[in-house]
Write a protein that binds this ligand. Structure first.
Ligand SMILES: [Zn+2]
Length: 255
């Protein structure tokens, strides 16, 4: 994988955001492969597909690219809040590629967040743009990376060092069955998996997980029965092959 963007392609452009878009999109078209199947390339999406930048020509997974100069490990600014909520409820969010480039246009970091990890818990509503802004009243959103478990943050490039393709595909494959959970329930599944990851251990008990009741209540204020919900999600995570039940009330993460 050649991590250098072709800066000569940007000579006709002045705006920084436009240059970043041109160079990083070209880089993805030239160097990127599909994490969801064996395809060794991604195709640029058709022009009339908002929020989708690339499509895999073999498995038809769609990808959105966010290119940034600075990397905020807590949140990533994304599209309009309302359209993102609609996309989540309709199960139409693309996979997200977050690319950080260096001042001399080298790809430093590339993170892939599989589409199944986006839920309303991962969105933060931003304050509306002021009345003086060109798009006054527009409300954007941030993706809160802290609400996404490690399982949903697949490193494709770290510190300009590409992860082996087989490892990226294995990591994607491990979580792909989350797509089988209906979107109305999947937010809970991801939140409980994130709570499990937050415990920081591979073996855990139901009692330990119950201690995460309060943050889960904050994420789902309308649900009064958080403990039964946690137990239901543990069964779903077991059926998806992400955890196993060891002894009654005790569980283990599966790698
Ligand atoms: Zn594919």
């Amino acid at each position: 994988m050649n991590l250098q963007c072709r800066t000569e392609l940007a000579s006709a452009y002045k705006a920084g955001s436009q240059i970043a878009r041109i160079l990083t999109e070209e880089w993805c078209t030239r160097e990127l492969y599909c994490a969801a199947c064996a395809s060794n390339r991604l195709s640029p999406a058709r022009a009339n597909t908002p929020a989708i930048d690339f499509v895999c020509p073999e498995c038809e997974q769609s990808f959105q690219l966010k290119s940034l100069k600075t990397w905020n490990p807590r949140k990533i600014p994304d599209a309009a809040y309302d359209s993102m909520v609609r996309a989540i409820r309709a199960d139409k969010t693309p996979n997200l590629l977050v690319l950080q480039y260096s001042p001399d246009w080298l790809v430093l970091n590339l993170l892939l967040i599989p589409r199944m990890f986006f839920s309303e818990s991962t969105l933060e509503k931003r304050t509306p743009l002021s009345s003086r802004a060109r798009r006054a009243g527009w409300v954007g959103c941030n993706i809160l990376l802290g609400q996404i478990p490690e399982d949903g943050k697949i490193t494709m490039v770290r510190n300009s060092s590409p992860t082996p393709e087989s490892q990226v595909r294995d990591e994607f494959s491990r979580v792909r069955r989350l797509a089988e959970v209906p979107p109305s329930l999947r937010g809970w599944t991801v939140d409980v998996l994130n709570a499990i990851r937050g415990l920081g251990k591979s073996q855990f008990s139901l009692r330990e997980l119950y201690e995460c009741e309060s943050p889960l209540k904050v994420l789902h204020p309308r649900n009064r029965n958080v403990r039964p919900k946690i137990r239901q999600q543990l069964q779903i995570l077991r059926d998806l092959g992400l955890i196993e039940f060891t002894t009654p009330g005790n569980y283990a993460l599966r790698s």
